[in-house]
Write a protein that binds this ligand. Sequence first.
Ligand SMILES: Cc1ncc(COP(=O)(O)O)c(C=O)c1O
Length: 428
Amino acid sequence: MSDLLARHRAVIPNWVALYYDEPIEIARGSGRRVWDADGNGYLDFFAGILTNMLGYDVPEVRAALTEQIERGVMHTSTLYLIRSQVELAEQIAELSGIPDAKVFFTTSGTEANELALMLATGARRSNQVLALRNSYHGRSFSAVGITGIRSWSASSLSPVQVHYVHGGYRYRSPFKGLSDADYTAACVADLRDVIETATSGDVACLIAEPIQGVGGFAVPPDGFFAAMKEVLDQYGILLISDEVQTGWGRTGEHFWGIGAHGVVPDVMTFAKGLGNGLSIGGVVARRELMDGLPANSISTFGGNPLSTAAARATLRYALEHDLQANALKVGARLLSGLRDLAARHPAIGDVRGKGLMAAVELVTPGTDTPDTAATGRLMEETRRGGLLVGKGGRFGNVLRIAPPLTLTEAEVDEGLTILGTALDTLPS
Ligand SMILES: Cc1ncc(COP(=O)(O)O)c(C=O)c1O
């Protein structure tokens, strides 16, 4: 392993971070469990960053992939008709709730957000974009330009002119102490103020994650984006919902994260869980917006037969097994268990989330000072106990828990026990 780590460090950029003092090579997986190259087993509560949505080694996905591979065609390009792509687009257009929608497939969430920005800025003939503070939208030149976490935004140079408004991250917001309604009103007032003072008025869009992912699963009050959209509508500003983490039923209550807000966005972007590990993302938007691109465009690999076959099988499995309902049920058990842990451990400053998107924010006990060191220690201790969780938040002090949507109640309890034992190692 140390040999592989040394080789990794020699050839992979140093801005590609690895988890753990001794990084893990995941060699095998089944269900919600993985095994490293040394044979150690782990319950996986991070699912390859929310991407192994059904878990590992799922027969239905394997069968769909095998069938496509056995036909001898893994790639054709979009110069030719791709049946599974058309079928998937039809299904996503319908699931989106966006009237008269069209879908374009990409290979990643970043590339999906790139297109969403191009559609919105083109339609509005403006390069002004609003984003939320504490946001993450990907790694490309435009995407880092709308990413409101400095440690994930490698360049201030940008093709878009961005203004950040207040939004999801309530725990460290200046409006923290307010009720849901007052918090939303304060953010809406800030939005209006930014539009009126910082922009020339003809802003293209607001892009937002309904629950901020990398930002530490920060959840605004329900209805928040409907209130924001009322202002956006007054100025003709489009709403883009980045559903890369929140899509496909993960939040339990709704199929899309934006569903909690009772509003239909103009554009949605998606990726991660759709292919259960195969590389697929995309954009769904109203027909006139999508068709408004004034030139040819192509993604060589986007929506290829293999990834769309995997996505069709993944989506079918998620819908037939009602994984959204499972996320709601086992997610409630998870969040309640985490709140119990918070009541016993003063190092936990906040527990938040929806469905199977749960966050534990670590602080110095008795304060709200972020405790990044304790978070790092918890990562090591949970790993030692056989549990993989994620890390995030502006200060790297948030544990992110986002298991496959097939998680069982017994596995919730097992994970909570390991986390509880890990928390016991922290000084109180
Ligand atoms: C909300 C959100 N948008 C976009 C992206 C970028 O997706 P990708 O890494 O597939 O390019 C991510 C990745 O974590 C994300 O969390």
